[in-house]
Design a protein around this ligand. Structure first.
Ligand code: ADA
Length: 568
């Protein structure tokens, strides 16, 4: 994918971003489709969302992408598709290779024994809402489920052995002690393989190893004295590269990361042992012209505006974040809350094995793509799930444990919107509350009391020694609507609501260690009629910029208040 660093200096992956053949297949069912019989009569861009283009705006159904690629190195290969929305079937050379459920993640498709020459890739993507086929994207969500091949695509020649992953964990920030896990694969047992690990191009270890057939992991610990640490105010990054060589085959993989630890000390979140105050927004990956398939330039622009508003935090609502965005957050010192895709899951969902299985896969894919991003400092699940209802417990216990099993290096949480009767908050390392005083049924003047009531209840309910953040709070503003009455939906009202929130949380009180305002930018809401009628223009209008990133009055208000906090 388009990254801020070279992931390979030896391996030559083929970037498949660009123009693909396209065909809209409408209500056809995937099993009815023969890839060779598809009449590709159009063109579509990758990254992108086909249903954000004028010709297909608002359409739901099956959509096919096609392109050919030529390889000059025979052997095993891997197709990596990033952001398949939101159900997909992948064909290579007319053969169905994989079905995939859920968007917002990188999907590896192993292709054994590819011959030299041209190969045809066909990807069926389906943006229909169908719980049985894809239980992760449902009609009642408050975001529009765009379709497509939304983030990028690459073809990797792997050969007889290769490096699949490289995971770096900071064990101790003071001594710069790290654990490096090198994930390898080999077509058959291979002896006398030279393994080299370099940090910033300086060799740290050289070994001769034997690779088992299939997958294997080699772990080593290093002390990287004097390497500068990563923190929001000083986001130093380093390149770790592993190389393997045997006979006439070489492979490599380079990852960029920052040395940092995230720890909790009573009510404080610490990075490298220093308390951090998180100031920022929840941000959807959405744009009227690109859907959830954002171009590189828009990702750059969003990070510019977040930094311009003196933010050091962004909650990726409500799904795994694009690695292109995470790369820029790593460089900008923007801490990230990354979460698996979900929106107010019901007790029925939480007790459905199919739903839990899809959630587990989404978590695994989220962690695989973002493990080395130092900016990702907390992980979440189940945004506003029905965690206050009896019967929710097993789903929450299962998925919070899965976060620990799959990552285990970052604090975990979930955004709770039932602070007074939640049944699962004991599972959280960080307490995160979504609440909307000043908006739904209330005035902005009621914000301080509601926040105080939440703190009083939760601290009295056993959570006094945990960090607490407000993971959503905000108000809607119709772009450009200025009103003498300064009432709901006006830009003045939104500005007053956010100013009241920030002042009370960070100037009047000390209990909160973080805030992600809902939300950075306006975005198209979900398909169902209730959502559209409840959201003027069919958009969620609580952004401080509109859907084209044009600032509202509150942009400057937040910028000034966050700037005061930043200067301390
Ligand atoms: C919830 C939800 C958000 C958004 C918000 C709102 O908190 O988590 O996705 O829907 O409400 O705008 O009401």
């Amino acid at each position: 994918m388009h990254r801020r660093f070279a992931q390979h200096l030896i391996r030559r992956p083929i970037d498949l971003a660009g123009f693909w053949d396209f065909a809209f297949l409408g209500g056809r069912e995937p099993d009815e489709v023969q890839p060779e019989a598809i009449a590709f009569d159009d063109v579509m861009a990758v990254p992108g969302s086909w249903d954000a283009t004028p010709r297909y705006a608002g359409r739901r159904g099956l959509a096919a992408y096609r392109r050919t690629v030529s390889i000059d190195q025979p052997g095993d290969a891997r197709l990596i598709l990033d952001g398949l929305h939101h159900w997909a079937r992948i064909y290579v050379d007319g053969e169905a290779r994989l079905d995939h459920v859920g968007g917002f993640t990188q999907v590896p498709v192993d292709l054994p024994d590819l011959e030299i020459g041209s190969h045809e890739i066909v990807v069926l993507t389906d943006n229909r809402i169908d719980y049985d086929r894809c239980p992760l994207h449902l009609d009642y969500f408050d975001w529009y489920h765009f379709g497509g091949l939304t983030r990028g695509a690459e073809l990797h020649p792997l050969g007889p052995f290769s490096i699949d992953d490289l995971r770096i964990t900071t064990l101790d920030h003071a001594t710069r002690r790290v654990k490096v896990a090198i994930h390898l694969r080999a077509t058959e047992p291979t002896e006398e393989v030279d393994l080299t690990l370099l940090v910033n191009d300086a060799a740290q270890l050289n070994e001769t190893v034997t690779l088992d057939a299939g997958e294997s992991v080699i772990e080593r610990e290093l002390e990287l004295k004097d390497l500068p640490l990563w923190s929001p105010d000083a986001p130093h990054l380093h390149l770790f590269r592993a190389e393997v060589h045997h006979a006439d085959h070489l492979d490599d993989l380079q990852m960029r990361t920052g040395l940092r630890t995230v720890s909790l000390d009573g009510q404080a979140i610490q990075i490298n042992g220093e308390p951090v105050q998180l100031r920022g927004f929840c941000r959807h990956e959405s744009h009227p012209q690109f859907g959830c398939g954002l171009p590189d330039a828009l990702i750059v622009a969003d990070v510019q505006q977040l930094r311009d508003m003196n933010c050091n935090f962004v909650r990726g609502a409500h799904y795994p974040q694009d690695v292109r965005f995470l790369d820029l957050c790593d460089e900008a010192g923007l801490c990230v809350w990354n979460e698996a895709v979900a929106w107010q899951p019901y007790v029925e969902h939480l007790n459905d094995p199919k739903f839990i299985a899809a959630q587990k896969q989404n978590v695994e894919e989220m962690v695989a793509a973002s493990y080395n991003s130092p900016a990702v400092m907390m992980l979440g699940i189940f945004n506003e799930g029905h965690s206050h209802k009896d019967g929710s417990q097993s789903g929450y216990e299962t998925m919070m444990q899965h976060l620990r099993d799959v990552d285990g290096t970052r604090p975990i949480t979930y955004a709770c919107n039932h602070p007074f009767d939640d049944l699962n908050l004991h599972l959280c390392d960080i307490i995160a509350i979504n609440t909307y005083p000043g908006w739904y049924g209330s005035e902005y003047t009621e914000i301080p009391q509601r926040l105080d009531d939440i703190v009083k209840h939760l601290d009295g309910d056993g959570h006094a020694e945990k960090p607490m953040i407000i993971s959503e709070i905000g108000a809607g503003a119709i772009p450009g609507w200025r009103d003498w009455n300064e009432t709901h939906w006006s830009e003045q009202y939104q500005s007053k609501a956010l100013a009241t929130t920030i002042r009370h949380m960070f100037f009047d009180r000390e209990r909160f260690c973080g805030l992600s305002i809902w939300q950075f930018g306006d975005m198209r809401t979900g398909n169902n009629i209730e959502k559209r009628l409840g959201r003027p223009r069919g958009f969620n209008n609580k952004g401080v910029v509109d859907e084209y990133r044009r600032p509202k009055l509150a942009y400057q208000t937040v910028k000034e208040l966050f700037g005061t906090l930043r200067r301390g």
